[in-house]
Design a protein around this ligand. Structure first.
Ligand SMILES: Cc1cc2nc3c(=O)[nH]c(=O)nc-3n(C[C@H](O)[C@H](O)[C@H](O)COP(=O)(O)OP(=O)(O)OC[C@H]3O[C@@H](n4cnc5c(N)ncnc54)[C@H](O)[C@@H]3O)c2cc1C
Length: 444
């Protein structure tokens, strides 16, 4: 459908079927799918690709989505092969390795780790190749839902200045900027979880030998946990995910603080003894939130624009891309087959909510001693280990029958927590403390 120009009451608006805010994994994926289906899609990305983004470790179920987008070869070419995860806990003597090949469905035995600048650029170029009218260095500054229908959107870019658009549907894929959730005041702090992160890239880190060199390694320590993500070019991404109160206590610059924090975890420090930080470390504040809903009249929220919990299971990109696949069906139904729109929205909300709920249950408990103990000695009685590995693979959308085994794991977790009563209470108190919102500082 060719773009047309229409005069609105106060200015000239360009029209389109779907306007997408943000060109990260969620935005570029939904844009490619909708443009492929013949809709007139406009996407605005406030930055310019390739740009840095955190979130480099992917899940096996991502690979199926790359296949469906026709991007498997391009993504394989930039990716580190990731067959599993190495877990290191101070409660255990040595590390434990979980391999995706041990999941319930053995057909997805590995995933990838990628530099997000390269990965996001491939997804973005694909949406352009499919026919999306994509603008970079172009920020969406306003959106409104006029009574007469459609969505009016304002963009601002150095090239075109302020510009007005009239779309039939708005997709918010603005990530942790949560553009629409802020505008609609529907963003809520997560009452169950709070964490903040500090991260950087290193050269010269000691990697695991053989095929395991591509594994993500996780290290728990007194203030939270670390990730160690090897990338294809020899760089290693290292980050500390801590309680917000630990990061608030920082007195030094982020580089020094990251190095000092690494020194608190001797097993990781040994892996990095010959390594150097490349560029600067970055700190983020508490990022755990959810919006009150993910779909409304003339809009949907995808990926981080709807919710983000925690990076411990490397699930963010997979959740974002899955929500884009499900969301594309909602947009198409709303625009082409309104009789099916309500059903499509219900399916979208149910599927996205289901995956988030299952990940969240584990995330909220991941620093508890009972959880670490069980993860570090994963028994396959009642096929529990296979079910956990399927969850860790992101296999939550295809009806793989893992839920009885996950339920059995929960029962065992609560029994183990009761047996480890004192440690459980101590960890629970610490997590309650981390949920306290700091009082604003008084000014004279
Ligand atoms: C510390 C940390 C570590 C993480 N590690 C992992 C990991 O290992 N694996 C994993 O899968 N996930 C990880 N994540 C999560 C992952 O980064 C996100 O879940 C994922 O990027 C979400 O994709 P998205 O497309 O929803 O949002 P994003 O990737 O954030 O993309 C949103 C895009 O929208 C653009 N944008 C925002 N506002 C506007 C606007 N007003 N106008 C125009 N453009 C706009 C932004 O520039 C951005 O490009 C991590 C997150 C954090 C905080």
């Amino acid at each position: 459908m060719a773009p047309t120009t229409r005069t609105s009451s106060d200015s000239t608006s360009e029209t389109c079927d779907v306007f997408i805010v943000g060109g990260g994994p969620a935005g570029s994926t939904v844009a490619a799918l909708l443009a492929q289906r013949g809709l007139d899609v406009v996407l605005a990305e406030k930055e310019r690709h390739p740009r840095f983004h955190i979130g480099e470790s992917l899940l096996p179920m991502n690979l199926e989505l790359f296949e469906r987008l026709g991007l498997s070869d391009r993504i394989r070419a930039i990716a580190m092969h990731k067959p599993g995860a190495e877990l290191n806990s101070p409660l255990n003597d040595g590390p434990v390795t979980l391999n995706f090949s041990d999941a319930w469905d053995k057909a997805h035995p590995y995933s990838y780790q990628v530099r997000r600048s390269e990965f996001d650029q491939i997804l973005f170029e694909n949406c352009v190749a499919q026919g999306t009218r994509a603008m970079q260095s172009c920020r969406v500054t306003a959106a409104a839902f006029p009574a007469e229908g459609g969505v009016s959107v304002t963009t601002d870019s150095r090239q075109d200045g302020e510009k007005h658009w009239l779309a039939r549907f708005l997709v918010d894929a603005s990530g942790r900027d949560t553009f629409l959730a802020n505008k609609l005041s529907i963003k809520k702090r997560n009452p169950h979880h709070a964490s903040a992160a500090l991260y950087g890239h290193f050269t010269g880190a000691h990697r695991l030998p053989g095929e395991a060199q591509g594994n993500i390694s996780l290290f728990w320590f007194e203030h939270g946990w670390f990730w160690f993500i090897p990338l294809l070019d020899g760089t290693t991404s290292v980050g500390a995910v801590c309680t917000p109160e630990y990061l608030r206590a920082r007195k030094t610059d982020p580089d020094r603080f990251l190095l000092d924090t690494i020194a608190l975890c001797p097993v990781l420090a040994r892996r990095l003894e010959d390594a150097s930080l490349v560029g600067n470390a970055t700190a983020t504040g508490n990022y755990s939130y959810r919006s009150e809903h993910m779909a409304g009249d003339r809009y949907i929220l995808l990926g981080d624009a709807y919710a983000f919990v925690d990076p411990v299971f490397s699930s963010g990109v997979m959740l974002a891309m899955q929500s884009a696949f499900l969301g594309a069906d909602v947009v198409e139904a709303c625009l082409r087959n309104p009789a099916k729109a309500a059903r499509s929205k219900r399916h979208f909300e149910k599927s996205v909510g289901h995956a988030l709920r299952h990940f969240s249950w584990f995330i909220y408990r991941m620093t508890r001693p009972a959880m670490l103990t069980l993860f570090m000695a994963p028994s396959n009685r009642l096929r529990i280990r296979e079910a956990i590995l399927s969850l860790l693979s992101g296999d939550l959308y295809r009806g793989t029958p893992i839920y009885r085994s996950l339920f059995a794991f929960r029962v065992i977790y609560y029994a183990t927590s009761a047996l480890m009563f004192k440690q459980t209470i101590r960890a629970w108190r610490a997590s309650r403390r981390s949920l306290r919102v700091p009082k604003p500082e008084r000014t004279a």
